[in-house]
Design a protein around this ligand. Structure first.
Ligand SMILES: CC(C)(COP(=O)(O)OP(=O)(O)OC[C@H]1O[C@@H](n2cnc3c(N)ncnc32)[C@H](O)[C@@H]1OP(=O)(O)O)[C@@H](O)C(=O)NCCC(=O)NCCS
Length: 191
């Protein structure tokens, strides 16, 4: 077995996954389900992360995914994945998804997202990943942006913790004014 490298360049683990969009991936309107794209994104993130880590990885979190344009049956979807940031046992994989109309060759950017993956050893414990060798200013920019997103996410989590409503009292019901809902009290509801 080869010794684990201390650092690896971004290009070592860059991965492209291309898949034809078949009818079973689509809804009744002929558009591809968002979940199909998410599944492909998870797959390419895994390959890219495991290649850099030299270990199996799990998906720890996914940054907000906005679908910018619909993907149609018959289009060729390409997912381009690169490690943009590494921590100690975690790494962030950036994924750009593009969809190509085979006949017109028109390419549209459908979404970009960031998957945080954690490398695990044989016992399931998080294990250190190699550092990242940045070879271009673009890679430096992505690394710094990923670190900033990490800090912003930590702040967002703290703010979300404050959102919890411990008890629904009259004051809370007042805050529903102007919302498109109505409160009709029932004695009990079985879901
Ligand atoms: C994610 C997971 C590995 C974290 O385990 P843990 O024991 O809490 O590990 P630690 O606290 O030591 O954190 C390990 C690393 O993960 C990162 N991490 C943990 N939770 C995270 C989250 N929600 N988002 C982003 N990063 C996270 C930590 O920042 C740390 O990174 P670092 O080593 O680079 O600093 C663990 O919760 C897990 O295995 N979850 C299930 C993952 C899975 O099954 N995914 C598929 C879903 S179907």
């Amino acid at each position: 077995m080869q010794p684990k490298p201390d650092f690896l360049p971004v290009k070592y683990s860059q991965t492209i996954l291309t898949e034809l969009m078949i009818p079973s991936y689509a809804n009744f309107g002929g558009k591809i389900h968002g979940g199909v794209l998410l599944s492909l994104m998870d797959k390419v993130a895994y390959v890219c992360a495991a290649k850099h880590a030299g270990n199996y990885c799990v998906t720890a979190s996914i940054d907000g995914v906005d679908f910018l344009a619909p993907v149609e049956v018959g289009e060729m979807v390409s997912l381009k994945a690169s490690v943009v940031y590494v921590g100690r046992t975690s790494l962030v994989v950036g994924i750009r998804v593009e969809s190509e109309n085979i006949k017109t060759r028109e390419i549209k950017h459908t979404n970009t997202s960031y998957f945080t993956m954690v490398a695990k050893d044989e016992t399931g414990k998080p294990v250190e990943v190699p550092g990242l060798t940045l070879e271009t200013r673009e890679q430096v920019r992505r690394f710094i942006e990923a670190r900033r997103r990490k800090d912003a996410k930590a702040e967002y989590k703290q703010n979300c913790a404050k959102i919890k409503v411990p008890v629904v009292d009259e004051r809370m019901l007042e805050t529903l004014k102007g919302e498109r809902c109505r409160y009709e009290k029932k004695s009990s509801i079985i879901l």
